[in-house]
Design a protein around this ligand. Sequence first.
Ligand code: MN
Ligand code: MN
Length: 291
Amino acid sequence: MRTVFAGADSDYRNARYVISGVPFDATSRLRKGSSAAPHEIRKNSYNFETYSHLFDIDLLDIDIHDAGDLEVAQTVDETLSLISFHARKYVDGGKIPVMLGGEHSITLPFVQACKNKYPELGFIVFDAHLDMRKEYQGEMNSHACVLRHVFENVTKKFVFIGTRSGTREEYEFVRENGIKMFSSEEVLSAGIEAAVAEIREYLACPIYLSIDMDVMDPAYASAVGTPQPYGLMPRDVRDVISCFAPYFVGFDLVEITPSYDSGGTALLGAKLVMDFIAASARASQVPAQPF
Ligand code: MN
Ligand code: MN
């Protein structure tokens, strides 16, 4: 029997949030295995109460549908086109997609689907890495290139949070294009509130949120495809979820590699997914909508 995410008991038609897993990790090199993450995240979601005291809402009272795992192919290009069909269907149908990766490359079709529906779309990404390479190991659609595609082909309203790793060329690209970035060092020294205040001015529009779990310090989430020390604390990420909840139109959480997990990474991933849905649903109950 397939495991659905905790509290995701709505049928597709009535759902506001549609959870889908994408068990794909073919371009991962260092640590493979993120294809097992959707299942682990779902399993771990049962560790928690469905009631969130922080957002004062119960997942059981929110219309959430778990569509299961989407079909993937051997190659990244084929997989992207398969997923694209579902992403468009969810977003055009007025749903908020909640995608469980898999590796980071699969973010692209979901952001694209949101951009088609919301022309003013902004993009916030938590990632230790820039993922701004033109190509990586002969692959243009590698996880290491995904954010370049988002910036060049989808939206220029782009914000990095928690970054701390990239090539010289990637950093030059970010500088030359004036891309907004709050490195992990800046977040650790100035606090996440400083970043939130600045982003508030910059992105008063529908926002897609992508969380590459390697943004966390490995102390909190060591089971990721490419771990990187000196990272963020879980609360930094949750605070951004909480502050921008009214604006979110799409979400993903990627790059967990369960075979390296002693239990904490998929657990934290599940909690972040729940917090995203709870925060977003709570915000939608507040009458004044920003757009
Ligand atoms: Mn990434
Ligand atoms: Mn990363």
